[in-house]
Design a protein around this ligand. Structure first.
Ligand code: NAD
Ligand code: ZN
Ligand code: ZN
Length: 389
Protein backbone atom coordinates (compact mmCIF):
# COMPACT_ATOMS: atom_id res chain seq x y z
CA UNK A 1 0.00 0.00 0.00
CA UNK A 2 0.96 3.66 -0.17
CA UNK A 3 1.67 5.55 3.06
CA UNK A 4 3.03 8.92 4.07
CA UNK A 5 6.25 8.27 5.95
CA UNK A 6 8.41 10.43 8.23
CA UNK A 7 11.87 10.52 6.66
CA UNK A 8 13.64 13.10 8.87
CA UNK A 9 13.19 16.70 9.92
CA UNK A 10 10.73 18.45 7.57
CA UNK A 11 10.83 15.51 5.20
CA UNK A 12 7.90 13.21 4.47
CA UNK A 13 7.55 10.85 1.54
CA UNK A 14 4.66 8.79 0.16
CA UNK A 15 6.16 5.32 -0.17
CA UNK A 16 5.18 1.74 -0.92
CA UNK A 17 5.07 -0.20 2.33
CA UNK A 18 3.72 -3.63 3.36
CA UNK A 19 -0.05 -3.84 3.97
CA UNK A 20 -0.99 -4.07 7.67
CA UNK A 21 -1.97 -7.49 9.03
CA UNK A 22 -4.24 -8.59 11.86
CA UNK A 23 -1.88 -9.22 14.79
CA UNK A 24 -4.34 -9.66 17.68
CA UNK A 25 -7.84 -11.10 17.77
CA UNK A 26 -9.26 -7.66 18.66
CA UNK A 27 -7.76 -5.90 15.62
CA UNK A 28 -9.54 -4.62 12.54
CA UNK A 29 -8.04 -3.50 9.24
CA UNK A 30 -9.55 -0.30 7.87
CA UNK A 31 -9.30 0.80 4.25
CA UNK A 32 -8.84 4.53 4.65
CA UNK A 33 -10.99 6.87 2.61
CA UNK A 34 -10.09 10.21 4.24
CA UNK A 35 -7.32 11.38 6.53
CA UNK A 36 -6.01 14.78 7.63
CA UNK A 37 -2.88 16.65 8.63
CA UNK A 38 -2.92 18.00 12.19
CA UNK A 39 -0.94 20.66 14.08
CA UNK A 40 0.33 17.74 16.16
CA UNK A 41 1.88 16.24 13.01
CA UNK A 42 3.89 19.44 12.63
CA UNK A 43 5.58 18.76 15.99
CA UNK A 44 6.82 15.45 14.54
CA UNK A 45 7.63 17.02 11.19
CA UNK A 46 9.74 19.71 12.88
CA UNK A 47 11.48 17.16 15.11
CA UNK A 48 10.15 18.29 18.50
CA UNK A 49 8.25 15.13 19.46
CA UNK A 50 10.49 12.07 19.58
CA UNK A 51 11.61 9.40 19.13
CA UNK A 52 10.82 8.86 15.44
CA UNK A 53 12.38 6.36 13.07
CA UNK A 54 12.84 6.83 9.34
CA UNK A 55 9.89 5.25 7.56
CA UNK A 56 7.38 5.66 10.42
CA UNK A 57 3.89 6.05 8.97
CA UNK A 58 2.31 9.35 10.06
CA UNK A 59 -1.30 10.33 10.64
CA UNK A 60 -3.81 10.01 13.46
CA UNK A 61 -6.98 11.52 11.98
CA UNK A 62 -8.60 8.96 9.68
CA UNK A 63 -11.73 7.08 8.73
CA UNK A 64 -12.73 4.43 6.25
CA UNK A 65 -14.24 1.02 5.70
CA UNK A 66 -13.58 -2.12 7.71
CA UNK A 67 -12.11 -4.76 5.37
CA UNK A 68 -11.00 -7.43 7.86
CA UNK A 69 -11.64 -8.22 11.53
CA UNK A 70 -9.85 -10.43 14.04
CA UNK A 71 -11.60 -13.48 15.49
CA UNK A 72 -12.41 -11.68 18.74
CA UNK A 73 -14.09 -8.60 17.25
CA UNK A 74 -17.79 -8.49 18.15
CA UNK A 75 -19.21 -5.08 17.20
CA UNK A 76 -17.64 -4.38 13.81
CA UNK A 77 -18.01 -6.32 10.61
CA UNK A 78 -16.52 -6.08 7.14
CA UNK A 79 -18.14 -3.23 5.23
CA UNK A 80 -18.81 -0.99 8.29
CA UNK A 81 -17.88 2.65 7.85
CA UNK A 82 -15.95 3.99 10.85
CA UNK A 83 -14.16 7.03 12.26
CA UNK A 84 -11.16 6.00 14.34
CA UNK A 85 -10.14 7.97 17.48
CA UNK A 86 -6.45 8.94 17.57
CA UNK A 87 -5.98 7.52 21.04
CA UNK A 88 -5.70 3.74 21.31
CA UNK A 89 -7.49 2.46 24.41
CA UNK A 90 -8.25 -1.03 25.74
CA UNK A 91 -11.63 -0.20 27.29
CA UNK A 92 -10.99 -2.41 30.32
CA UNK A 93 -8.25 -0.87 32.49
CA UNK A 94 -8.83 1.47 35.47
CA UNK A 95 -8.31 4.64 33.38
CA UNK A 96 -10.56 3.43 30.54
CA UNK A 97 -13.26 2.51 33.06
CA UNK A 98 -12.99 6.10 34.35
CA UNK A 99 -13.39 7.44 30.78
CA UNK A 100 -9.78 8.69 30.71
CA UNK A 101 -9.13 7.10 27.34
CA UNK A 102 -5.91 8.94 26.52
CA UNK A 103 -4.46 7.52 29.74
CA UNK A 104 -5.19 3.85 28.96
CA UNK A 105 -2.83 1.66 31.00
CA UNK A 106 -2.71 -1.21 28.52
CA UNK A 107 -2.25 0.10 25.01
CA UNK A 108 1.30 1.50 24.98
CA UNK A 109 3.91 -1.23 24.46
CA UNK A 110 6.71 1.31 25.06
CA UNK A 111 5.79 2.10 28.68
CA UNK A 112 9.40 2.06 29.90
CA UNK A 113 10.40 4.78 27.48
CA UNK A 114 7.36 6.91 28.35
CA UNK A 115 7.98 6.45 32.08
CA UNK A 116 11.56 7.59 31.66
CA UNK A 117 10.49 10.72 29.80
CA UNK A 118 7.18 11.58 31.52
CA UNK A 119 7.15 9.74 34.86
CA UNK A 120 4.12 7.67 33.83
CA UNK A 121 2.91 6.57 30.41
CA UNK A 122 -0.25 7.72 28.69
CA UNK A 123 -2.13 5.65 26.13
CA UNK A 124 -0.79 4.66 22.75
CA UNK A 125 -1.74 6.67 19.69
CA UNK A 126 -1.65 6.24 15.93
CA UNK A 127 1.33 7.61 14.04
CA UNK A 128 2.68 9.58 16.96
CA UNK A 129 6.27 8.53 17.69
CA UNK A 130 7.61 5.56 19.61
CA UNK A 131 6.79 7.32 22.88
CA UNK A 132 3.14 6.43 22.22
CA UNK A 133 3.89 2.95 20.94
CA UNK A 134 5.20 3.41 17.41
CA UNK A 135 1.85 2.38 15.86
CA UNK A 136 1.56 2.93 12.12
CA UNK A 137 -0.62 5.95 11.36
CA UNK A 138 -3.52 6.68 9.08
CA UNK A 139 -2.01 8.81 6.33
CA UNK A 140 -2.07 5.60 4.34
CA UNK A 141 -4.34 3.38 2.31
CA UNK A 142 -4.90 0.95 5.19
CA UNK A 143 -4.36 0.84 8.95
CA UNK A 144 -4.46 -1.79 11.65
CA UNK A 145 -6.80 -0.66 14.41
CA UNK A 146 -6.24 -2.42 17.77
CA UNK A 147 -9.13 -2.77 20.28
CA UNK A 148 -11.51 -2.41 17.36
CA UNK A 149 -14.57 -2.97 19.59
CA UNK A 150 -13.59 -0.03 21.79
CA UNK A 151 -12.52 2.91 19.63
CA UNK A 152 -14.04 3.17 16.15
CA UNK A 153 -17.37 4.96 15.81
CA UNK A 154 -19.73 3.50 13.20
CA UNK A 155 -21.18 6.05 10.82
CA UNK A 156 -24.64 4.97 9.75
CA UNK A 157 -26.30 8.30 8.98
CA UNK A 158 -24.95 8.65 5.45
CA UNK A 159 -22.93 11.76 6.31
CA UNK A 160 -19.95 12.57 4.10
CA UNK A 161 -16.38 11.87 5.25
CA UNK A 162 -15.76 15.59 5.63
CA UNK A 163 -18.71 15.96 8.02
CA UNK A 164 -17.47 13.30 10.45
CA UNK A 165 -13.70 12.88 9.93
CA UNK A 166 -12.74 15.39 12.63
CA UNK A 167 -14.49 13.31 15.30
CA UNK A 168 -11.17 11.41 15.21
CA UNK A 169 -9.35 14.25 16.99
CA UNK A 170 -9.65 17.99 16.53
CA UNK A 171 -13.39 18.42 17.17
CA UNK A 172 -13.30 16.44 20.45
CA UNK A 173 -10.03 18.16 21.35
CA UNK A 174 -11.39 21.67 20.88
CA UNK A 175 -14.52 20.61 22.74
CA UNK A 176 -12.56 19.17 25.66
CA UNK A 177 -10.55 22.40 25.79
CA UNK A 178 -13.79 24.35 26.24
CA UNK A 179 -15.35 21.81 28.60
CA UNK A 180 -12.33 22.02 30.91
CA UNK A 181 -13.22 25.72 31.38
CA UNK A 182 -16.46 24.86 33.24
CA UNK A 183 -18.17 27.68 31.39
CA UNK A 184 -21.02 29.49 33.16
CA UNK A 185 -23.52 31.89 31.60
CA UNK A 186 -21.93 35.29 31.06
CA UNK A 187 -18.38 33.92 30.93
CA UNK A 188 -15.64 35.26 28.69
CA UNK A 189 -13.22 32.71 27.27
CA UNK A 190 -9.97 33.66 25.53
CA UNK A 191 -8.47 31.23 23.01
CA UNK A 192 -4.82 31.42 21.95
CA UNK A 193 -4.36 29.98 18.45
CA UNK A 194 -6.86 30.00 15.55
CA UNK A 195 -5.76 26.76 13.94
CA UNK A 196 -8.43 24.06 13.51
CA UNK A 197 -8.21 23.11 17.20
CA UNK A 198 -8.64 26.74 18.27
CA UNK A 199 -11.64 27.14 15.95
CA UNK A 200 -13.35 24.07 17.43
CA UNK A 201 -12.57 25.39 20.92
CA UNK A 202 -14.27 28.68 19.96
CA UNK A 203 -17.34 26.90 18.53
CA UNK A 204 -17.57 24.65 21.59
CA UNK A 205 -17.15 27.53 24.05
CA UNK A 206 -20.10 29.27 22.37
CA UNK A 207 -22.09 26.03 22.37
CA UNK A 208 -21.38 25.57 26.10
CA UNK A 209 -22.71 29.05 26.83
CA UNK A 210 -19.79 31.48 26.79
CA UNK A 211 -21.05 35.01 26.26
CA UNK A 212 -17.81 36.25 24.73
CA UNK A 213 -14.89 34.47 23.11
CA UNK A 214 -11.70 36.38 22.38
CA UNK A 215 -9.44 34.66 19.84
CA UNK A 216 -5.75 35.46 19.43
CA UNK A 217 -3.47 34.76 16.45
CA UNK A 218 -1.43 36.71 13.94
CA UNK A 219 -2.73 35.40 10.60
CA UNK A 220 -5.57 37.62 9.40
CA UNK A 221 -7.23 34.85 7.39
CA UNK A 222 -7.32 32.66 10.49
CA UNK A 223 -8.66 35.54 12.62
CA UNK A 224 -11.38 36.00 10.01
CA UNK A 225 -12.32 32.31 10.37
CA UNK A 226 -12.43 32.80 14.16
CA UNK A 227 -14.83 35.71 13.70
CA UNK A 228 -17.03 33.47 11.52
CA UNK A 229 -17.09 31.02 14.43
CA UNK A 230 -18.37 33.71 16.78
CA UNK A 231 -15.22 35.16 18.34
CA UNK A 232 -13.90 38.69 18.75
CA UNK A 233 -10.29 38.72 17.64
CA UNK A 234 -6.93 40.14 18.62
CA UNK A 235 -3.96 40.15 16.26
CA UNK A 236 -1.09 39.82 18.69
CA UNK A 237 1.31 41.51 16.31
CA UNK A 238 -0.60 44.77 16.71
CA UNK A 239 -0.09 45.09 20.48
CA UNK A 240 2.94 45.41 22.78
CA UNK A 241 1.64 43.09 25.48
CA UNK A 242 -0.91 40.42 24.61
CA UNK A 243 -1.87 39.80 28.25
CA UNK A 244 -2.42 43.53 28.83
CA UNK A 245 -4.54 43.76 25.68
CA UNK A 246 -6.68 40.79 26.73
CA UNK A 247 -7.07 42.19 30.25
CA UNK A 248 -8.12 45.51 28.78
CA UNK A 249 -10.72 43.81 26.57
CA UNK A 250 -12.26 42.36 29.74
CA UNK A 251 -12.46 45.66 31.63
CA UNK A 252 -9.45 44.90 33.76
CA UNK A 253 -10.63 41.61 35.26
CA UNK A 254 -9.28 39.10 32.74
CA UNK A 255 -11.13 36.27 30.98
CA UNK A 256 -12.86 33.68 33.18
CA UNK A 257 -10.87 31.06 31.35
CA UNK A 258 -8.04 30.92 28.85
CA UNK A 259 -7.45 28.11 26.37
CA UNK A 260 -3.98 27.39 24.99
CA UNK A 261 -4.58 25.93 21.51
CA UNK A 262 -1.04 26.70 20.37
CA UNK A 263 1.33 24.35 22.16
CA UNK A 264 5.05 23.91 22.13
CA UNK A 265 5.91 25.69 18.87
CA UNK A 266 4.48 29.08 19.79
CA UNK A 267 5.65 32.01 17.77
CA UNK A 268 6.39 35.34 19.40
CA UNK A 269 8.18 38.65 19.14
CA UNK A 270 11.21 40.07 20.78
CA UNK A 271 13.53 38.83 23.47
CA UNK A 272 11.25 36.18 25.01
CA UNK A 273 10.92 34.34 21.69
CA UNK A 274 14.65 34.64 20.98
CA UNK A 275 15.54 33.23 24.41
CA UNK A 276 13.12 30.27 24.07
CA UNK A 277 14.39 29.54 20.55
CA UNK A 278 18.01 29.62 21.72
CA UNK A 279 17.27 27.35 24.69
CA UNK A 280 15.48 24.90 22.39
CA UNK A 281 18.46 24.86 20.05
CA UNK A 282 20.79 24.22 23.01
CA UNK A 283 18.39 21.48 24.20
CA UNK A 284 18.01 23.05 27.67
CA UNK A 285 14.32 23.68 27.05
CA UNK A 286 12.10 21.45 24.95
CA UNK A 287 9.05 23.65 24.42
CA UNK A 288 8.32 27.35 23.80
CA UNK A 289 5.44 28.12 26.20
CA UNK A 290 4.86 31.69 25.02
CA UNK A 291 1.10 31.45 24.59
CA UNK A 292 0.80 29.50 27.84
CA UNK A 293 2.63 32.20 29.82
CA UNK A 294 0.33 34.84 28.34
CA UNK A 295 -2.79 32.75 29.06
CA UNK A 296 -1.75 32.34 32.69
CA UNK A 297 -0.94 36.04 33.10
CA UNK A 298 -4.16 37.26 31.47
CA UNK A 299 -6.58 34.89 33.22
CA UNK A 300 -8.77 36.45 35.93
CA UNK A 301 -8.15 35.65 39.60
CA UNK A 302 -9.55 32.23 40.37
CA UNK A 303 -9.96 31.41 36.67
CA UNK A 304 -9.05 28.33 34.65
CA UNK A 305 -6.28 27.81 32.12
CA UNK A 306 -7.09 24.94 29.78
CA UNK A 307 -4.08 23.56 27.93
CA UNK A 308 -4.89 21.52 24.83
CA UNK A 309 -1.87 22.64 22.80
CA UNK A 310 0.67 19.82 22.91
CA UNK A 311 3.77 20.06 25.11
CA UNK A 312 6.55 17.52 25.01
CA UNK A 313 8.96 18.16 27.84
CA UNK A 314 10.46 20.93 29.91
CA UNK A 315 9.42 24.59 29.79
CA UNK A 316 11.16 27.53 31.43
CA UNK A 317 9.94 30.69 33.10
CA UNK A 318 6.44 29.39 33.75
CA UNK A 319 4.84 31.98 36.08
CA UNK A 320 4.03 29.57 38.93
CA UNK A 321 3.81 32.44 41.42
CA UNK A 322 0.92 33.81 39.38
CA UNK A 323 -0.83 30.44 39.32
CA UNK A 324 -0.50 30.00 43.09
CA UNK A 325 -1.12 33.52 44.34
CA UNK A 326 -4.08 34.13 42.07
CA UNK A 327 -5.73 30.73 42.68
CA UNK A 328 -5.65 29.63 39.05
CA UNK A 329 -6.61 26.12 38.00
CA UNK A 330 -4.64 24.52 35.18
CA UNK A 331 -6.26 21.62 33.33
CA UNK A 332 -4.72 19.73 30.46
CA UNK A 333 -4.53 16.51 28.53
CA UNK A 334 -4.37 14.61 25.32
CA UNK A 335 -7.99 14.41 24.33
CA UNK A 336 -10.10 11.57 25.74
CA UNK A 337 -11.56 11.27 22.25
CA UNK A 338 -13.78 8.23 22.90
CA UNK A 339 -15.74 10.24 25.51
CA UNK A 340 -16.81 12.87 23.00
CA UNK A 341 -17.32 11.09 19.67
CA UNK A 342 -20.97 10.08 20.05
CA UNK A 343 -22.25 13.27 21.73
CA UNK A 344 -20.44 15.39 19.15
CA UNK A 345 -21.81 13.28 16.29
CA UNK A 346 -25.25 14.22 17.65
CA UNK A 347 -24.28 17.90 17.60
CA UNK A 348 -23.26 17.50 13.95
CA UNK A 349 -26.54 15.72 13.18
CA UNK A 350 -28.51 18.49 14.92
CA UNK A 351 -26.67 21.14 12.93
CA UNK A 352 -25.12 22.74 16.08
CA UNK A 353 -21.62 22.32 14.63
CA UNK A 354 -20.52 22.12 11.00
CA UNK A 355 -16.98 20.70 11.11
CA UNK A 356 -16.45 21.20 7.37
CA UNK A 357 -15.94 24.96 7.80
CA UNK A 358 -12.30 24.45 8.83
CA UNK A 359 -11.35 22.66 5.58
CA UNK A 360 -9.46 24.82 3.11
CA UNK A 361 -7.49 22.21 1.16
CA UNK A 362 -8.50 18.89 -0.34
CA UNK A 363 -5.73 16.75 -1.82
CA UNK A 364 -4.79 13.21 -2.66
CA UNK A 365 -2.72 11.13 -0.25
CA UNK A 366 0.07 11.27 -2.82
CA UNK A 367 0.17 15.09 -2.29
CA UNK A 368 0.86 14.76 1.44
CA UNK A 369 4.37 16.30 1.25
CA UNK A 370 2.95 19.46 -0.37
CA UNK A 371 0.13 19.44 2.18
CA UNK A 372 2.63 19.45 5.06
CA UNK A 373 4.56 22.28 3.48
CA UNK A 374 1.64 24.64 2.95
CA UNK A 375 0.05 23.79 6.31
CA UNK A 376 3.34 24.42 8.12
CA UNK A 377 4.00 27.70 6.35
CA UNK A 378 0.37 28.88 6.48
CA UNK A 379 0.47 29.43 2.71
CA UNK A 380 -2.48 29.87 0.39
CA UNK A 381 -4.86 30.55 3.28
CA UNK A 382 -4.31 27.03 4.60
CA UNK A 383 -6.28 26.07 7.72
CA UNK A 384 -6.85 22.32 7.35
CA UNK A 385 -5.76 19.78 4.77
CA UNK A 386 -7.85 16.69 4.10
CA UNK A 387 -6.27 13.89 2.07
CA UNK A 388 -8.32 11.31 0.23
CA UNK A 389 -7.05 7.98 -1.03
P1 NAD B 1 -2.01 24.94 13.88
O1 NAD B 1 -0.53 24.92 13.74
O2 NAD B 1 -2.85 24.96 12.66
O3 NAD B 1 -2.45 26.19 14.77
C1 NAD B 1 -1.66 26.82 15.74
C2 NAD B 1 -1.99 28.30 15.68
O4 NAD B 1 -1.35 28.97 16.78
C3 NAD B 1 -1.49 28.99 14.41
O5 NAD B 1 -2.55 29.65 13.75
C4 NAD B 1 -0.45 29.97 14.93
O6 NAD B 1 -0.36 31.17 14.16
C5 NAD B 1 -0.94 30.24 16.34
N1 NAD B 1 0.08 30.77 17.25
C6 NAD B 1 1.42 30.53 17.27
N2 NAD B 1 1.99 31.21 18.27
C7 NAD B 1 1.01 31.91 18.89
C8 NAD B 1 0.99 32.83 19.98
N3 NAD B 1 2.10 33.14 20.66
N4 NAD B 1 -0.21 33.35 20.36
C9 NAD B 1 -1.37 33.05 19.68
N5 NAD B 1 -1.39 32.21 18.62
C10 NAD B 1 -0.22 31.63 18.24
O7 NAD B 1 -2.37 23.67 14.80
P2 NAD B 1 -3.74 22.98 15.28
O8 NAD B 1 -3.99 21.79 14.43
O9 NAD B 1 -4.83 23.95 15.47
O10 NAD B 1 -3.26 22.44 16.71
C11 NAD B 1 -3.02 23.35 17.76
C12 NAD B 1 -2.34 22.64 18.93
O11 NAD B 1 -3.23 21.65 19.45
C13 NAD B 1 -1.06 21.91 18.55
O12 NAD B 1 -0.11 22.04 19.59
C14 NAD B 1 -1.51 20.48 18.46
O13 NAD B 1 -0.46 19.58 18.69
C15 NAD B 1 -2.50 20.44 19.60
N6 NAD B 1 -3.42 19.29 19.62
C16 NAD B 1 -3.66 18.72 20.81
C17 NAD B 1 -4.50 17.65 20.91
C18 NAD B 1 -4.81 17.07 22.25
O14 NAD B 1 -5.31 15.97 22.33
N7 NAD B 1 -4.57 17.78 23.34
C19 NAD B 1 -5.10 17.14 19.77
C20 NAD B 1 -4.87 17.76 18.54
C21 NAD B 1 -4.01 18.85 18.47
ZN1 ZN C 1 -4.48 15.64 15.49
ZN1 ZN D 1 -7.33 0.94 28.93
Amino acid sequence: MKANCWMGKQKVEVRDVPDPQILNSGDAIVRITSTAICGSDLHLYNGYVKPMKKGDILGHEFMGEVVEVGSGVRTLKVGDRVVVPFTIACGACWQCRHQNWSLCENSNPNVALAEKMLGHSGSAGFGYSHLTGGFAGGQAEYARVPFADVGPLKIENGFSDEQVLFLSDILPTGHMGAEMCDIRPGDTVAVWGCGPVGLFAIMSARLLGAERVIAIDRFEYRLEMARQCGAETLNYETVDSVSDAVIELTAGRGPDSCIDAVGLEAHGDGLEYAVDKAKQALKIENDRPIALRQAITACRNGGTVSVIGVYGGLVDALPMGTVMNRSLTIKSGQCHVHRYMRPLLEHIENGDIDPTVVITHRMKLSDAPRGYDIFLNKQDGCEKVVLST
